[in-house]
Write a protein that binds this ligand. Sequence first.
Ligand code: ZN
Length: 375
Amino acid sequence: MFNKIKGQDRVISILKRAIEEDKIAHSYLFYGPDGVGKFTTALYFGMAINCLATHDKRPCGACNSCQKFLSFTHPDFIYTFPFPNPLKSDISASGEIKSDKAIEEYQDYVKNKIKTPWKEFFFTKNIGIRIGSIRMLEHRIYLTPHEANYKIFVIENAELMTVQAANAFLKTLEEPPNDSIIILTTSKPNSLLPTILSRCQKIQFAAISRYLIEKELEKNKFLEKFEIKMYARIANGNMEKALRLIDEGRIESREKTIEFLKFLLSGNDLHFIEFVKKYKTSKTQTQLVEIISHLIIWLADISYFKYCQEEIVNLDKTELIESLYNKNQNVEEYVDNLIEFLEKMLRRLEGHVNPQLIFTEIYNKFKMTFFGKTI
Ligand SMILES: [Zn+2]
C-alpha cells in the first residue's frame, strides 16, 4: 500500500528498510510542508509494523490488523491531534471527554480524516494539544498492547502542544517502552522544543512535484486540461490542497481574476473601484490570496505566449492572454518583476493589511505595466 503515497519514495524506502532490518526507532519526527502525506505515511508505517501479511506485502490493507488501523478502531493505535480546549466540567477524573458536543466534534474530525482527509476541518474554538491529552497518552503507553506487536502513537501537528503538554511529553520521550512507537508530525519543526527534536529520528518530507500532482489529477476524467494545470500550480507542492481545490470547485477565484483582467484591459477604472469595494473586510483575505495565485499563473502564461505556447495553463482564454501581451510585449522586462511584486503583496496580506488596499495597489501596478499610467 506504500505505493499510494506519491512523491515520498526516499522516505518510504527509509521506513521499509527500518522494518526489514528490525531497526525501528522509538520516536520519529515526520516534518515537511502541509499536504504531502506525513499523516498517511505515519498510519501506513504503523500498519506495516503490525500487518499480518507476508513481509513483501506489508501493509496489505486487508488483514484484520490493517482494517482496524484504516478505520481508526485498532485499540493499539492512539491518535492525538489539536483539539478545542474542553471545559473542566466536560472532563471526567480520568481525563476523558464527557460533553456530547465535544465528543461529536471529535468524531466528526476523525470521520473526515478517514473519508475525505484533504478537506479542511474547522473546529468551533481555538485548538491545541493540551496536557490532558498527553497524560492520557502517558497512561496508555505503559499498558501492554491489546493485540498488536507495537502500540502506535501518532501526534499530529505536534507544534501545537502547549508548553505544559510539551514538558510532560518530554518525560515520556526520555524512556518510551520497547513496545511503543511514537510518531510526531509537523510542518513547523522549529516550533518544537529542541529537547523534543533531539530525541526523535527526523524524517524529512519533500513538497510534491507539479508533474506528480498533475498525473494524480489526470485520473479525474471530468477535469479539463487547463484545470489540471491550474490546480497543480496553485497547490504548489501540496497534494492535499490540489484535491481540495477540485473538491470545492474553486473556479470562482479564477472568474474573479478574469474579471479583474478585463477591467484592466477595458481601461474603465470606475468598474474596478466598484468591484474592489467587496474586498474591505479581512474575511476576503483568503479570496485575494487565491486571486493573486491566479495572477501569477496568468503572468507566466503571458511569457509562455511569447516563447512556448504549449506551457500555457489558461488554454481556454488565450485571447485574453494575447490582448495583454499586445499591450506590452517586453515580457522579459516585467513578468519576473510583477511576480516578485505579487509575492510581496502576499506577505503583506499575511500581516493583515486591508485587502482592498492591496488589491488597488495591484491594479495600479498592472495598469502602469500595461498602460503606462495609474488610476
Ligand atoms: Zn495487513
